[in-house]
Ligand binder design. Structure first.
Ligand code: ZN
Length: 468
């Protein structure tokens, strides 16, 4: 089934490409990449959510390839976007949290994406595309490196509200529509980051009905306190009634943010369709990470690699596609890099994995580094880096503190039953596989940019096989 789907996808791409570049003055297809920040796949209608959060995205999906089991490469904004824009894993591009970094413009140490990398923006600009971007989130401001190659990079977050909370979807879509209008009939690459589902969950009217205060410290402290006590194998529906009610209130507000964002996503999609070469446009829509609402006694994102943080929507619509296609096997959204370049007829740079989204079912590699802000707010429990390998259906999580967890995602999608002590041979096999993957994906950023490992970190990494 997957092979058949792959052929269909490749044919659609090839036909569109030939149609675009095969005759004289024809132009290559436009490419639009949209990231829906913090948006969990399972909170969207197209992924089976029972609430009406995403009617416009659902309509888009009717003629798109929908990847049902798509993953980001990390659990927060910068490393995942850097992966999509370079085709590299966080361990290769290095754009992630780094307590030793002097860049603290997000209130914690961050290493930006280095100028040395070839990004989608640069490669498509060099291929003759006009390039423009509008970003809603502070972690994508130009100093973090995603802006490379864009003729226009709208990261205007000058008002106090925007700098803290990001830009609203109405502003993002209006700015993106102005760019589309400006591109006219010239081939373009447009990147748009909608930020609304990110905390705080505070949608504008008429989506702001009956919301609870997500910053209620009492509940937050109680939830995360249980996580740090190591008590993680309890489903949310068994929490005390007051905590369940508080979480339900947050979920309502989060869903309302998605609904509000979807309205403006719809406006942007309509404007693209109505533009001079709208029908010659490849559109990719994904998210950079999910969000935890009490699962494993955690809230927010960026501190672990559980499903609620790393499983994301991924949809791809080629010009001329007339039917929806569902792909069940797992993929990662940095596979967009070779996929989008292929659509533009651009070669993947040397040293970058060229397997696009036609290759499904491969192992998924995940990574998140410690953030000093999390350590400061939530304590020493968060003072660790994590990696995971997902060799379907098994997922192994390793922490630099030495803990490891093994889950069977097919039988335990909520990751409540750690099998690591029951299946030591499988753990050893996956540790070896992760070690091999880490060795074959060495850092590609400058030595001088690499974080200094503290002795205890180095010792733990060595014990886990990351260092020789
Ligand atoms: Zn994000």
């Amino acid at each position: 089934m997957t092979q058949a789907i792959s052929r269909i996808q490749r044919c659609a791409a090839a036909i569109a490409l030939v149609a675009a570049v095969g005759c004289g003055d024809a132009k290559p297809m436009n490419i639009v990449l949209i990231s829906l920040d913090t948006t969990r796949a399972d909170h969207l209608g197209v992924y089976g959510y029972e609430k009406q959060t995403s009617p416009n995205l659902d309509r888009f999906a009717e003629r798109a390839t929908v990847y049902e089991r798509a993953y980001s490469t990390s659990s927060w904004t910068l490393p995942t976007h850097a992966s999509i824009f370079t085709g590299l894993l966080p361990m290769q591009h290095g754009a992630q949290s780094d307590p030793s970094s002097e860049n603290r413009s997000l209130e914690y140490g961050v290493r930006p994406l280095a100028e040395s990398f070839s990004t989608l923006g640069e490669l498509l600009r060099d291929a003759g595309y006009r390039t423009g971007a509008v970003v809603g989130g502070p972690a994508l401001r130009r100093e973090f490196g995603i802006a490379q190659g864009f003729d226009v990079y709208d990261d205007d977050l000058t008002s106090p509200r925007d700098r803290l909370l990001g830009k609203r979807a109405d502003q993002v879509s209006q700015a993106a529509i102005r760019l589309v209008e400006g591109f006219g009939s010239e081939p373009y690459f447009l990147f748009v980051n909608f930020f609304d589902p990110h905390a705080p969950y505070d949608p504008p009217a008429p989506y702001d009905h009956g919301l609870l205060d997500p910053d209620d410290k009492e509940h937050k402290v109680r939830l995360i306190g249980r996580l740090t006590a190591g008590d993680v194998s309890e489903p949310v529906d068994r929490y005390p009634a007051d905590q369940r009610e508080w979480i339900a209130g947050m979920l309502d507000a989060y869903d309302a943010e998605i609904r509000y964002m979807d309205v403006h996503l719809g406006h942007l999609l309509d404007a693209i369709a109505a533009s001079p070469r709208g029908s010659e446009t490849l559109i990719a829509i994904t998210s950079d990470h999910g969000e935890s609402f009490g699962e494993h006694f955690y809230l927010s994102h960026g501190a672990h690699l559980y499903e609620d943080n790393v499983r994301v929507p991924l949809l791809l619509r080629y010009p001329g596609a007339s039917d929806g296609v569902r792909v069940a096997a797992q993929v990662q959204n940095h596979q967009l890099f070779p996929t989008l370049l292929a659509a533009a007829g651009v070669d993947v740079p040397a040293g970058v994995d060229a397997r696009g989204l036609e290759v499904t079912g491969g192992d998924v590699l995940l990574e998140v580094r410690r953030s000093d802000l999390n350590v400061k707010f939530f304590g020493d429990f968060f003072d660790r880096d994590q990696m995971a390998i997902q060799s379907w259906p098994y997922k192994l999580v390793l922490r630099t503190t030495g803990e490891r967890e093994l889950f069977d995602l097919a039988n335990d999608p909520a990751e409540l039953h750690d099998l690591s002590t029951l299946e030591p041979e499988r753990v050893a096999e996956l540790v070896a596989k992760l070690r091999s993957e880490a060795a074959s994906h060495p850092p590609m950023y400058e030595e001088a940019d690499r974080p200094e490992l503290r002795p205890e970190t180095e010792e733990a990494l060595r014990a886990l096989g990351y260092l020789d």
